[in-house]
Design a protein around this ligand. Structure first.
Ligand code: XIL
Length: 605
């Protein structure tokens, strides 16, 4: 008694103080990514495409707001032959990055080390090589417009003594330009391919002030003076403890580059240390490594236009160092088990302690297409809010899609699931598509939703998926197709001799009318997504089909698939009751007790 009431206010104050501490921005930032974002800063890692390693992917998404394909966007892996582009790895890296709100750097259009054999061994004239390079930059740059925000346009074009390196693109035989002319041309093509991407020149051993970085800066100054599009310089920074660059020299170099108005990205930082046969480094070396990481980060973070630090990988599990520098390794911020090393902490401490300089805003993230649940409706009745298996639907309002209308071509008796790089997924199953244009895509709900209570819908354009929307699944949601495709007025119907039934040509009482609906749900045999019906047994809805015309029960002679109709489309043959009135009569079809909405009619005489 007395004890608790006295203590309670103290505890309350403590709790409040703790809460205040917790909500103070950044103080408890746990990840590199969080620490970087507070400073409008990019912290990146090269991505080696290990898509099956979920720890690798998750850790990278948690810790980095930028990724860069380590190899997949180099000429050689991207172009195994002149005709063939290998986009799958970069596409997947970009798709993952888009979902995680990460930015993607591209590396690189021109690099003497990534020349495929067909190019190296070919006997191309400079004019032909120029055409190949132009085609390459325009194709790749345009494909990733709005997705890759910055490109290393040219990589390692200078020798350490500041002269231009002899390469296929420069003088062996080159693309027909003098001096840095071929580099200039590559930058111009890159700008043409994606006017918004930031364009970088990238090199190694040019982190500090030396003859090589002098030459690079000279080129950049010339480019700026003549309006050649260049936005920044990438400093690779593959360092070791015994051959580390001088931090003072790095500082001076960053200053003179950014004084030109160019950005600096540290692009490939790693610090290799001696390792034993098991790949283990000494604690002292790891501490020295951390100090170096800290110094590089501190130096970059001083400059508003030094906007990104990227390491060449991030886990010692995947690093190019052991393969290229035998006896060395452990070069990255995390160990092979994804545990942070002192270098990780050093980088994070640098980010947390960074001076609040006036850095440019972060580049815009990759835009996801946006869809709304209410945009997905029956293609017949325009009713939404739920879907039925096999229902032909239209998705209205997606913010991205093909620029002009694309209509599906049936191949092998199946509708495609991709139209102009637009796809629609239900629980990750791609739906057959009928047509698509930005803002309007028609699809058929996969029959697999029949086993589910709800379905997760995602729209994808150019490899980037929208956020999911969830819709309930109903057994049936019948909707009749009408002639003017409005869901109201005369139904799209034919007489038994296939004469269209219209206001001008009504049907006689007692005659049979053929009409079409969707949303009848699962069938027997089970519906096959996108398949055009061509053989018996015809798919027939599991639910019992009944009909009324003018409110009077009408005999249903047949309800099911028909040759030439896609699975999900249902033909209903019904007899117009002889006691119905004349004129336009409402038609209602029910499947398993669910009635089609009011609106459709049939003109009767
Ligand atoms: C390296 C990759 O890490 C290796 O996997 C590949 O075998 C060779 O290229 N400078 C660069 C990078 O600009 O592209 C290089 O990447 C490392 C040196």
């Amino acid at each position: 008694m007395g004890f608790l009431p006295v203590l309670a206010p103290v505890l309350r104050t403590l709790a409040a103080a703790l809460l205040l501490l917790l909500v103070r921005p950044g103080l408890f930032a746990q990840t590199l990514r969080e620490a970087a974002e507070r400073r409008n800063f990019l912290v990146g890692a090269a991505h080696n495409g290990s898509f099956s390693d979920s720890t690798y992917l998750e850790t990278m998404a948690r810790e980095y707001n930028q990724v860069e394909p380590e190899n997949a966007t180099k000429f050689q892996p991207l172009r195994p032959s002149r005709e063939q582009f290998n986009f799958s790895v970069p596409d997947q890296i970009i798709a993952n990055a888009a979902q995680r709100g990460q930015l993607v750097r591209g590396h690189t259009f021109i690099w003497h080390q990534a020349v495929p054999n067909w190019l190296a061994n070919g006997t191309f004239t400079p004019a032909q090589l120029s055409d190949i390079l132009r085609e390459h930059i325009l194709t790749v740059g345009a494909r990733y417009r709005g997705k890759i925000y910055a490109w290393d346009v040219v990589n390692e074009a200078f020798n350490d003594n500041g002269t231009l390196r002899s390469t296929l693109w420069y003088d062996q035989p080159g693309i027909g330009r003098q001096g840095t002319g071929y580099i200039e041309q590559a930058f111009r093509w890159a700008r043409e391919a994606d006017p918004k991407a930031l364009l970088f020149y990238n090199d190694y051993s040019a982190e500090g002030v030396n003859v090589k970085s002098d030459a690079i800066l000279g080129m950049a100054r010339d480019f700026r003076a003549r309006g050649v599009p260049i936005d920044g310089i990438g400093l690779q920074a593959h360092w070791g403890l015994s051959n580390q660059g001088s931090i003072a020299s790095l500082d001076n170099n960053i200053r003179r580059i950014t004084d030109l108005g160019l950005q600096v990205h540290i692009t490939e930082l790693d610090v290799r240390v001696p390792v034993n046969a098991a790949g283990v480094a000494s604690a002292a070396d790891l501490a020295a490594q951390a100090t170096l990481y800290r110094s590089v980060a501190d130096t970059c973070l001083k400059y508003p236009l030094c906007t990104s630090i990227q390491t060449w990988g991030y886990t010692d599990k995947y690093s190019w160092i052991p393969g290229f520098y035998p006896g060395f390794g452990a070069a990255l911020p995390m160990d092979a088990a994804f545990q942070p090393k002192p270098a990780y902490t050093a980088m994070r401490d640098a980010l947390l302690a960074a001076p609040p300089v006036d850095r440019p805003a972060l580049p815009a993230p990759i835009e996801l297409p946006v869809i709304a649940a209410r945009g997905l409706v029956s293609a017949a009745s325009y009713q939404g809010s739920a879907v039925a298996p096999g229902e032909i639907v239209v998705l209205f309002g997606a913010t991205q899609g093909p620029a002009s209308l694309l209509t599906a071509l049936v191949t092998g008796n199946r509708l495609p699931t991709d139209l102009g790089r637009a796809r629609l997924f239900f629980d990750n199953v791609p739906a057959p598509l009928l047509y698509g244009v930005k803002g309007q895509v028609s699809a058929i709900v996969p029959f697999a939703v029949a086993t589910r209570q709800q379905t997760v819908v995602q729209y994808e354009y150019e490899g980037i998926r929208s956020l999911p929307v969830t819709l309930p699944v109903v057994e049936a949601k019948p909707g009749l197709f009408t002639w003017d495709a409005s869901g109201k007025g005369p139904v799209a119907s034919l007489t038994a001799s296939y004469v269209p039934i219209t206001r001008e040509a009504p049907i006689d009482k007692g005659d049979v009318a053929l009409m079409f609906l969707t949303g009848a749900g699962q069938t027997g045999p089970v519906g096959v997504d996108g398949q055009i019906v061509s053989s018996t047994p015809l798919p027939v809805p599991n639910g019992i089909v009944t009909a009324t015309v003018g409110g009077i029960a009408a005999e249903v002679l047949y309800a099911g698939g028909a040759a030439g109709l896609v699975n999900g489309g249902i033909q209903v043959n019904l007899r117009i009751p002889s006691n119905v009135g004349s004129g336009e009569q409402p038609v209602v079809i029910s499947v398993g007790g669910v009635a089609s909405p009011a609106g459709p009619t049939i003109p009767v005489r």
